[in-house]
Design a protein around this ligand. Structure first.
Ligand SMILES: *Cc1c(COP(=O)(O)O)cnc(C)c1O
Length: 407
């Protein structure tokens, strides 16, 4: 049998013929990965500065991660929640802290937020507070694509064509402390907020905003949910982004980086809150999957190794500084290895043009809204790789600028 040589183009055409058209993938078929690099089916090598959108925290093919996954897969791959498995117990023991001491495992960010929102309502209901159903979120947020998470996502473009949405959701301006008093009331079950907005443009809230949300929640008896799906698990240079502000939530959602590339989500909650999830109230078949949880333990091990988070902060600062030095961006923001670079208004092109140009020069990155270039590399990115990426990105930006100037 004769095999045709695999090409990005041929596979992309086959993909178009079989997949729903909801994604807009680049014509790039990733074949394998190694550390902070991936290779396409034609053997071309790319520096990965996006890690599957903040997922592949330890890069690709990390030996300890591969080993742990293979071992657990060989032992048992699925148990369901009819029974227990040790891998999920071990990971939960690692995740709990004094303030958030109960864990519910699920499979994705949307599912984690869906669970957090259900828990918040059920918590109010089980205390006899039946009118406390409101869920407050913020403009520019992104919480996922299932119905409650989608409704909490305060960006109209994601809602279009999906009405009617679940009731009880309302929206406030991200960063607007003055709006909290009227917008968060005794009818509010929970406020859900990203400590740094990821999809919404890598927006860091003004100092004191998260503390003000916490204070208002406490005043009216509402729960505070931090959506750390993108910002958690070391991404911003601390284990969780909310640690930069010293504000503790009642519930926190996690996903993306926590499984090191395997689908894994979780919520953490205080036990008084978690108590509302009595048997039968909520469930998911794959929750606490032992293979995903074994992977999660390796990710946490790596993060907690001495010097790891220091390097995340240092390399993040190096990338941000290098992007500023290009002079193409009005603002470079974020924390650790979650970086958004907003194009200045004078630039006659969008961030997608830079992403495409960078890709053609062997660097993978992404956008966060039309004008913002986003970097979220593997957390293991070293200073030399960061320098390699910056050199390519600088040339890419210059090439797009040069084209813009001649067209
Ligand atoms: C990606 C993301 C989600 C959704 O996660 P999925 O795994 O795609 O469902 C939710 N919240 C935030 C902050 C995210 O970045």
């Amino acid at each position: 049998m004769v095999h045709e040589p695999r090409s990005n183009h041929a596979l992309a055409e086959r993909a178009t013929a079989v997949f729903t058209p909801n994604y807009r993938p680049a014509e790039l078929v990733i074949d394998r990965g190694e550390g902070c690099h991936v290779f396409d089916v034609e053997g071309r090598r790319y520096l990965d500065l996006i890690s599957g959108i903040a997922v592949s925290a330890l890069g690709h093919g990390h030996p300890r991660l591969v080993e742990a996954i293979a071992q657990q897969a060989g032992r048992v791959m699925h148990t369901s929640n009819l029974y227990l498995n040790e891998a999920s117990i071990r990971l939960a023991e690692r995740l709990v802290s004094g303030s958030l001491d109960r864990v519910y495992f699920c499979n994705s960010g949307a599912e984690a937020n869906e669970s957090a929102i259900k828990l918040a309502r059920r918590h109010a209901w089980s205390r006899g507070d039946q009118d406390r159903v409101g869920i407050v979120s913020f403009t520019g947020s992104f919480h996922g694509r299932t119905f409650a998470a989608l409704t909490a996502t305060a960006q109209p473009k994601y809602h279009e064509g999906f009405h009617p949405l679940p009731a009880g959701f309302s929206y406030l301006e991200y960063g607007d402390t003055a709006a909290l008093e009227a917008g968060v009331t005794t009818g509010t079950a929970a406020v859900i907020v990203e400590p740094i907005q990821g999809e919404g443009g890598v927006r860091v809230p003004p100092p004191g905003f998260l503390a003000a949300v916490r204070a208002r929640c406490d005043e009216v008896g509402a729960l505070l949910i931090f959506d750390e799906v993108q910002t958690g698990i070391g991404r911003t240079g601390t284990l969780y982004a909310h640690q930069h502000d010293g504000v503790v939530p009642d519930i926190m959602s996690l996903a993306k980086g926590i499984g090191g590339g395997l689908p894994l989500g979780a919520i953490l909650a205080r036990h008084e809150v978690a108590a509302a999830l009595v048997p039968g109230t909520h469930a998911t078949t794959y929750g606490g999957n032992p293979v995903a949880c074994a992977a999660g333990a390796v990710v946490l091990d790596a993060l907690q190794a001495p010097g790891f988070l220091e390097q995340v902060r240092a390399v993040g600062a190096q990338l941000a500084e290098g992007l500023r030095a290009t002079g193409a961006f009005a603002e470079v923001r974020g924390r650790g290895l979650l970086i958004g670079a907003e194009l200045g208004p004078e630039q006659p092109f969008d961030a997608t043009a830079v992403v495409a140009e960078a890709r053609s020069r062997g660097v993978l990155c992404h956008i966060a809204g039309a004008r913002v270039l986003r970097l979220a590399p593997p957390l293991i990115l070293g200073p030399d790789e960061a320098a390699e990426g910056l050199a390519a990105l600088t040339v890419a930006v210059q090439a797009v600028q040069a084209r813009g100037a001649t067209s």
